[in-house]
Design a protein around this ligand. Structure first.
Ligand code: NAD
Length: 472
């Protein structure tokens, strides 16, 4: 029962300037009152967030399915499950991270003490997209709460059912004076961006990322940008092609390709491009059957507009790329078949922008060096993946390419660990979160020093400098 029409957005409540201002005032008042600082409060809110997810898992899963046709298993595994893991991880460590960390002072300053202390930045604005609407809203929220911040959430208008459910559940579980939800699109986000926040945390495309950063510049607000990009995969003849094909197909076609760290295109050496493509096609068939449209494991595209954008990336006539599998599009059903393209040239439309849908171009490169040159000639991607058993090839990618993350032998896997910072670089974003990186992103690490009045050893540094000269 996948919805077939675009959802009208007029039923989404809009915000007035007065309401936005009052909401901002309320969150700042709460932060200044100090209630969010005690570790006990943070842990209690994290527990409440975990309860929100557990108690309402079925309803949340249904809402995400209604918005995206996303299979329930994917929502449970990749969204609810990962946020619960993150909550557990930060909850167990927040006391240690928030404690004073002593640092030795130089001899010249002795006797003296120094330490660092992570203090909450204040009130954060968290703007999230529609593709993983729970994970990309609640995972930054967990980090913000752990840091002791208040937060205003702005989920995406393109996943309206999930956003409405988030807006109704959050005040029932979390302190409504500390965490608020605003629904709506560009207008409402623009109004929020005019207000003073202490941190802006944005996940989405680079176009809006620039709008967010321009707003941040007006007030010198620190900003995290979790953006996208074209994440490459390199495969050579030393790889286990069977496994590589499955892991590439899984990473590309999960959530119908609408995953920020999905493999965007494959660079394969001449000896493997044929057999690898065949195996990817077989893997697609095993995962989604002969008719993926009937498969309960294959999702839908978020809107008809996005389906049309993807359709324009497919080869139009006999010229250009060859369709190894897929290629079917049904705009009304918001369906794009899992598609593998071969014979792709770097000038083809599919190579000009992040695909963000179930289309996988496979290109030929002579060797790892050519692949590295291909990757480094373009924007730095959010992830890069290498399937090669050759250690020198892996080291070459590690040393000579730059990406948010690098995966050897697997796709997507790095985002599942709270021990690993998650973020982009260059065109794929700035800043990172998950685990301690997320705690620090919403914190200011303050340096504190202290020195007793006596003995006044600093007298050596006071003018006149005659005595200092003698000791230098
Ligand atoms: P989107 O359209 O949902 O937009 C993201 C957010 O920006 C929404 O909350 C939306 O309301 C807001 N927004 C839209 N237009 C705006 C405007 N003019 N002014 C202010 N705010 C506005 O999502 P999207 O941009 O289509 O997301 C897809 C992109 O996000 C892809 O490029 C993908 O790679 C990237 N992404 C990155 C990550 C990551 O973790 N780095 C995760 C998911 C998606």
């Amino acid at each position: 029962d996948v919805p077939t029409d675009d959802v009208p957005t007029d039923d989404v409540p809009t915000l007035s300037h007065d309401q936005a201002q009052r909401l901002s005032d309320r969150l700042h008042r709460t932060f200044r009152s100090g209630v969010t600082r005690p570790i006990r409060w943070r842990q209690a809110q994290l527990d409440a967030l975990a309860r929100l997810l557990r108690d309402n898992a079925a309803e949340l899963t249904r809402a995400v399915h209604a918005d995206l046709g996303k299979p329930a298993a994917e929502t449970k595994l990749m969204e609810i499950g990962l946020v619960l893991d993150e909550i557990r991880f930060v909850r167990a460590r927040v006391r240690r991270w928030s404690a004073r960390h002593p640092k030795p002072m130089p001899l010249l300053m002795q006797p003296a003490v120094g330490w660092t202390l992570a203090e909450p930045k204040g009130v954060a604005l968290i703007i999230s997209p529609w593709n993983y609407p729970l994970m990309l809203t609640f995972e930054p929220l967990a980090d913000a709460i752990a840091a002791g911040c208040c937060a205003c959430l702005k989920p995406s208008e393109l996943s309206p059912r999930t956003s409405a459910l988030i807006a109704s559940l959050v005040p029932r579980y979390l302190d409504p004076d500390a965490v608020a939800v605003v629904q709506g699109g560009a207008t409402e986000t623009g109004m929020l961006l005019d207000l003073p926040f202490d941190h802006l945390f944005y996940t989405g495309g680079g176009r809006v990322g620039r709008i967010v950063m321009a707003a941040a510049a007006k007030r010198l607000t620190p900003v995290t940008l979790e953006l996208g990009g074209k994440s490459p995969v390199f495969v050579d003849g030393t790889a286990n092609l069977e496994v590589a094909a499955r892991r590439i197909a899984w990473g590309r076609f999960i959530n119908a390709g609408q995953t920020c760290v999905a493999p965007d295109y494959v660079l394969a050496t001449p000896d493997v491009i044929g057999p690898l493509t065949e195996r990817i096609v077989v893997a697609v068939r095993r995962m989604f059957g002969d008719d993926p449209k009937q498969s309960a494991s294959f999702g839908r595209i978020v809107s008809e507009r996005h389906v049309r954008r993807l359709a324009a990336l497919l080869p139009a006539g006999d010229d250009g790329p060859h369709v190894a599998c897929g290629g079917e599009v049904d705009v009304a059903a918001r369906y794009v078949a899992p598609t593998v393209l071969t014979g792709v040239s770097p000038d083809d439309p599919v190579m000009q922008e992040e695909i963000f849908g179930p289309i996988l171009p496979v290109l030929e490169v002579a060797d790892a060096r050519e692949a590295v040159a291909f990757v480094t000639a373009r924007d730095r991607p959010l992830a890069a993946y290498v399937f090669s058993r050759d250690r020198r090839t892996r080291t070459l990618f590690e040393r000579e390419t730059s990406s948010g993350a690098l995966g050897f032998g697997l796709t997507l896997g790095h985002l599942t660990s709270s021990r690993l910072p998650f973020g982009g670089v260059g065109g794929s974003g700035m800043g990172a979160y998950h685990g301690k990186a997320g705690f620090l992103e919403f914190s200011h690490v303050k340096t504190v020093v202290g020195k007793p009045s006596l003995p006044d050893t600093l007298s050596l540094a006071y003018p006149p400098y005659d005595r200092l000269k003698r000791t230098l």
